[in-house]
Design a protein around this ligand. Structure first.
Ligand SMILES: Cc1cc2nc3c(=O)[nH]c(=O)nc-3n(C[C@H](O)[C@H](O)[C@H](O)COP(=O)(O)OP(=O)(O)OC[C@H]3O[C@@H](n4cnc5c(N)ncnc54)[C@H](O)[C@@H]3O)c2cc1C
Length: 403
């Protein structure tokens, strides 16, 4: 067990600076362009791969840090640069986390690297859970996986909605129902390897924010994968299904286990956006003169900034605590959800206040704060909405099945 400390170690300080320099020098100058284009920013992701920021080694090293803080620290800097491009760089991590959370060591070794490829051949991963009729309610997934014992082969059918990197990814991790009666206890995760026939991209969504990140439907039409693509293996699945049929607790569900572990990281994404808007509006408030004095000299503006700074620090403390707990203990009171909820709501409020501080300029696309406001909002929706985070927390603190 590692002690919790607010002092970053040498490695973490180096990584923080390294990611910050990339965010400032490479991401920020092109953030507006990729937001307008609403396309996946391949050249930026390729540059990130060249320096090792986009790659399975970076992710595994960061995730292997015993304090848990390296990943949120790096993500905060990345998303300070831009959230859309940040998601393009981080999107594959969700697939890799799904594999790491549910796969055997051999499956992790085989498939996690393929979610990234190499510096010269960048590949992408996608984690496919949500469906048109099942977002928060993951127990209602309609995507089915049917096993053919003679061929040791699974057939997947269904449609996934709002999938980051959906259809353009090389590796799709798909959560499907193998026994619909058991609801979420009857689900399993599958690897769909690159170029598997039957998997295609449905509609590509036009979004409010994080527009450089690709989000699409994924259509699975008689997609056949070998038995070895069932994450965790058949024996483990059969045992889990047997326990579920006997109504014995089966522990965490595949999708939920992945989301729980990644929530502090999603909080860190929101934190990066909030900090960007806070820093920008603080500088602006010192420069902008109205009624003969800088607008920050009015308490109405200074207090907004004081509030923004405090909420940002509170969010970071919750994120670091959750990240540390995830490595060195376990969540007792929904601490992962607390961190994600607090940081994402903070990002929405802070970016809105930033627009207010910039006044008319803040509302135009000439200044970045309106983009940050649009980018902030997604964090209250994906990987569990704010309402679902509150559900998780209230169940954890009460021990009751709050609905
Ligand atoms: C840009 C983007 C990227 C995404 N990327 C991925 C991805 O890579 N992989 C993936 O699997 N999914 C992804 N998603 C899907 C995302 O996780 C879902 O949109 C999210 O979980 C919410 O589900 P929903 O949209 O069906 O909303 P719903 O579940 O329909 O919720 C609608 C509203 O009702 C509220 N609500 C629902 N149930 C309750 C309840 N029990 N109590 C209180 N309030 C409730 C919600 O909080 C929300 O406000 C992405 C979504 C977006 C927009």
């Amino acid at each position: 067990m590692t002690d919790f400390s607010l002092n970053l170690n040498e490695d973490q300080l180096q990584i923080q600076k390294w990611v910050h320099d990339f965010a400032e020098g490479v991401i920020r100058p092109v953030a507006e362009e990729w937001d307008e284009r609403e396309e996946f920013p391949w050249p930026v992701v390729e540059e990130a791969a060249q320096i090792g920021l986009y790659g399975v080694d970076f992710l595994l090293n960061a995730m292997g840090d015993p304090t848990g803080l390296t990943l949120p620290v790096a993500i905060e800097e990345l998303f300070w640069g831009d959230a859309g491009i940040g998601m393009a760089i981080m999107g594959s991590a969700l697939a890799a986390a799904g594999i790491a959370g549910n796969g055997t060591p051999e499956q992790v070794m085989e498939w996690a690297p393929q979610c990234y490829g190499t510096a010269d051949n960048v590949m992408l991963g996608a984690f496919c859970v949500s469906e048109p009729d099942a977002g928060s309610d993951v127990s209602s997934l309609r995507t089915r996986a049917v096993y053919n014992e003679a061929k040791d082969e699974w057939t997947l059918n269904g449609t996934k909605a709002w999938i980051t990197n959906g259809g353009i990814a090389d590796v799709h991790v798909v959560v499907a129902s193998v026994d619909a009666e058991l609801k979420s206890k009857g689900q399993a995760s599958f690897i769909v390897p690159p170029n598997t026939p039957g998997l295609s991209m449905g509609q590509k969504y036009k979004k409010h924010g994080i527009r450089a990140s690709h989000t699409s439907e994924v259509v699975l039409d008689d997609v056949k994968v070998p038995g070895s693509c069932l994450l965790g293996g058949k024996e483990k699945l059969d045992a889990k299904l047997a326990r579920a049929r006997e109504n014995v607790s089966t522990g965490k569900q595949p999708a939920m286990a992945t989301f729980e572990a990644t929530r502090p990281a999603v909080g860190a994404q929101a934190l990066g956006v909030a900090r960007a808007a806070y820093e920008y509006s603080l500088d602006y408030a010192k420069e902008r003169v109205a009624f003969g004095r800088p607008i920050i000299m009015n308490q109405a503006i200074a207090f907004k900034l004081a509030n923004m700074a405090t909420e940002i620090d509170a969010s970071r403390l919750l994120i670091w605590r959750a990240a540390w707990l995830a490595k060195n203990g376990q969540f007792k009171n929904g601490e992962g959800s607390m961190s994600k909820w607090k940081a994402s709501e903070t990002a929405v409020r802070v970016t809105e206040e930033a627009i207010q501080i910039l006044g008319g300029y803040g509302y135009t696309r000439e200044y970045p704060v309106e983009r940050w406001h649009r980018d902030a909002k997604i964090h209250t929706i994906f990987e569990g909405t704010s309402e679902i985070q509150q559900l998780v927390i209230s169940r954890a603190i009460s021990g009751l099945r709050i609905e």
